[in-house]
Design a protein around this ligand. Structure first.
Ligand SMILES: [Zn+2]
Length: 250
């Protein structure tokens, strides 16, 4: 079984009491050395908030890594292997798991984007369906696995494609409509207006979306979804297969 990738795309910053994306941290490191000096030793694992993280530019791929010799809390999903891809596909395709997956999306928005310290979803009435309370983890056949995840940013790699992942981020969103295919799609940009990918919806899935989502004005939102990212030429897209596999926080 493949060991978990130790890279992070966000960190909890104790100076701001908030999560910062790797893009924000990298921006500060390049453009605001004073501010960067203030926060660079205040960055921690976004989930367990125990080990300090540092910015690494290895292979021209900016990411955050745990400081050598430091360890995660035992409950942190970073301690677990990723769920094998075929098991994850089965898990997602089993409709009994939909509510639990939806809860994970809300938790992801809370923990990895908003940086909420105490998880206010733990007392949620749906929590009986959630076998794994802490972090970005799932229970499958008696074991606990980490959920593979990827931030919506311009740094999409080969191993983010054609595989179920939790995609998430704070992004600029805009609805579009294709006359050619008669389908709605949601265009995802970075916060700095660079195109990331499109999320496509069948008429059926679109009809089940909440009116909040269907009517959102273009702007910046926190978004999380389960999907498989595809790449054709230089165009990235994801099909939303169930309205509950997409969460946007308003
Ligand atoms: Zn951790």
């Amino acid at each position: 079984m493949k060991k978990k990738d130790p890279k992070f795309e966000e960190a909890f910053c104790t100076v701001y009491d908030d999560c910062l994306s790797v893009d924000q941290i990298e921006y500060l490191s390049m453009n605001d050395p004073e501010e960067y000096a203030r926060i660079k030793e205040a960055l921690f694992c976004p989930e367990c908030k125990v080990p300090p993280l540092h910015l690494s530019h290895r292979f021209k791929n900016p990411h955050l890594k745990v400081m050598p010799g430091r360890n995660h809390d035992n409950d942190c999903s970073s301690k677990s292997d990723y769920i094998p891809r075929s098991s994850f596909k089965k898990y997602i395709e089993d409709s009994r798991n939909i509510d639990n997956l939806n809860l994970k999306l809300k938790r992801c928005i809370n923990q990895l984007i908003e940086g909420t310290k105490k998880n206010n979803l733990d007392n949620n009435s749906n929590s009986h369906v959630d076998e794994v309370k802490n972090g970005m983890k799932l229970a499958w056949k008696g074991s606990t696995y980490a959920i593979p995840r990827k931030r919506f940013n311009r740094n999409i790699r080969e191993n983010d494609l054609e595989i179920w992942k939790l995609f998430y981020g704070k992004n600029f969103l805009e609805w579009k409509y294709s006359d050619k295919t008669n389908k709605h799609y949601l265009r995802i940009y970075t916060e700095k207006d660079a195109f990331v990918c499109d999320i496509w919806f069948s008429e059926m899935v679109y009809s089940y979306l909440s009116s909040n989502i269907k009517n959102l004005d273009k702007g910046t939102y926190r978004i999380a979804m389960f999907g498989e990212m595809h790449k054709k030429d230089n165009y990235y897209s994801i099909m939303c297969t169930n309205s509950k596999l997409l969460e946007i926080s308003f």
